[in-house]
Design a protein around this ligand. Structure first.
Ligand code: AMP
Length: 470
């Protein structure tokens, strides 16, 4: 893998606040990032704009750890702040790549935080280097910031308008100058972004759960291809040109990434997950004594399955609440070990029982294989797996960490082979149509690339690893 490929797989959370009254914008940002912690646990950062300055603090680790020991209090009071939580699983897990990206250019002081992934970082970067640009990091977000600045001629909005058509890939951006907060969502709307208000303040966040956390009311979602500028004159909206006919919001946000108390593009994540469980019960029933979810993300679906089937919801697994998301472990061995620490079977609940275990997705199969063994070791008579999404057959290059064909258990196996490989009694997945049905209240169309291989941008760079698919 080259430096770019090792950098591109990440999922993040962004937050921004424009304040007329409340000077403690760093605190608002802190609480907003805390609510978005599930989107990134590797690094966190906040930049604050006050007078003509921008001050920032970034660090490796969780939000409360980065901003402990008075680090939050060291940030000044101000009018605008943006923040970022980052999660990348491969390569340069280092402070240099933490966000927001902060620098001084034609637009004066500027900070940018990005959720998503560009697929043409290398080309853009090479082009700019030829024109004497210099870069400190390998992240696409710095490329975006530098390009916006260089095309701005001192007017940040012009810079954003001219730069966006050059970006290919997914981007939900919050950008701050010393007098403006700007929110941008890529033309396909791949990553979520919403706006809220709190008295005189405006908030921009990846998910509505962050608006709730800071007491803001949801105003609306940023539209695919929209640039929202918030300044002392109010909120201004500009649409990019030549927008695609259909949006391509990442459906995996509903399946796994987003918090279940968020509402993305008009669709409640909770409702979508519950419906997924119900559909699994309706279309893929099995006789069993109990149904359980892999905690936490699949519990809602398991309750949906229980409601629809009449089979009781019983907890089969206890989760250690102090262990973060499994994927965060950099290699497979550590990932497998961390599962033992993360979960344990509740023997008394499952001994001698036929268990239905629900999870949101299977990527490599590591989690499920381990869980099946755990349940059998604890005396489960049968283990039936039901998955709230279709088989993941393709990697994702737009911001979800599903990296290569060879890592995906579903890239070269069908349901029965997966069942055998996991050691289960049965495995059934939702179909693509059924998954889309769970999100029917969303006001957007979806990217289903990891399931059907059709992406809004070509899957460049994965060919070398590509196995022959059916
Ligand atoms: P795996 O163990 O590789 O099959 O991964 C599946 C588990 O990881 C499931 O329990 C999911 O909840 C979770 N998961 C699914 N997709 C992702 C992702 N893109 N990043 C991190 N975790 C994920």
């Amino acid at each position: 893998m080259d430096e770019f490929q090792s950098e591109i797989h990440e999922e993040c959370g962004v937050f921004g606040v424009y304040s007329q009254e409340n000077r403690k914008v760093a605190y608002t940002c802190y609480y907003g990032l805390y609510a978005l912690q599930h989107r990134g646990q590797e690094s966190a950062g906040i930049a604050v704009s006050y007078a003509d300055k921008i001050t920032y603090y970034k660090g490796m680790g969780l939000v409360p750890d980065v901003f402990s020991h008075g680090n939050l209090d060291k940030l000044p009071e101000g009018d605008i702040a943006i923040g970022h939580v980052r999660y990348s699983t491969t390569g340069a897990s280092q402070l240099l790549n933490a966000q927001p990206v902060v620098f001084t250019g034609k637009c004066g002081k500027m900070a940018l935080a990005h959720n998503g992934n560009l697929t043409n970082t290398r080309q853009l970067r090479d082009e700019m280097i030829k024109n004497n640009a210099v870069f400190q990091t390998t992240i696409d977000s710095e490329v975006m910031a530098v390009m916006i600045n260089s095309l701005s001629d001192g007017d940040i909005l012009e810079g954003v308008k001219k730069a966006c058509p050059k970006f290919k890939g997914s981007y939900a951006l919050v950008i701050m100058t010393t007098d403006k907060l700007i929110a941008v969502r890529d033309p396909h709307g791949i990553r979520p972004l919403c706006i809220g208000t709190d008295v005189d303040d405006y908030i921009v966040a990846s998910e509505t759960c962050a608006l709730d956390a800071v007491g803001a009311n949801y105003l609306r979602d940023v539209k695919p291809g929209e640039i929202v500028v918030i300044d002392s004159t109010g909120v201004h909206s500009y649409m990019m040109e030549n927008l695609p006919k259909k949006s391509s919001m990442c459906i995996f946000e509903y399946v796994y990434f987003a918090r279940h108390d968020s509402v993305l593009d008009g669709c409640s994540v909770y409702e979508a997950r519950k419906e997924a469980g119900k559909l699994l019960a309706r279309y893929y029933p099995v006789e069993a004594d109990l149904v359980s979810g892999v905690p936490d993300s699949a519990n809602v679906a398991a309750r949906g399955y229980a409601e629809e089937s009449g089979i009781p919801f019983v907890e089969a697994l206890a989760k250690n609440r102090y262990v973060g998301r499994t994927f965060i472990q950099p290699d497979q061995r550590q990932r497998e070990n961390s599962l033992n620490v993360k979960m344990n079977a509740l023997r008394a609940n499952i001994y001698g029982k036929r268990v239905i275990i629900i999870d949101d997705s299977i990527v490599r199969g590591t989690t499920m294989r381990k869980i099946v063994k755990m349940l059998r070791d604890a005396g489960a008579a049968e283990v039936h797996i039901r998955i709230c999404s279709p088989i993941i057959k393709h990697p994702c290059h737009l911001g979800i960490d599903i990296q290569t064909y060879s890592q995906l258990i579903g890239a070269y196996k069908d349901e029965d082979q997966i069942c055998e490989s996991l050691g289960a009694d049965s495995v059934r997945y939702l179909s693509i149509e059924q998954l889309v049905e769970t999100c029917k209240s969303a006001k957007v169309d979806f990217c289903l690339g990891c399931f059907n291989g059709k992406y809004p941008y070509p899957l460049d760079g994965y060919e070398a690893d590509k196995l022959k698919l059916e």
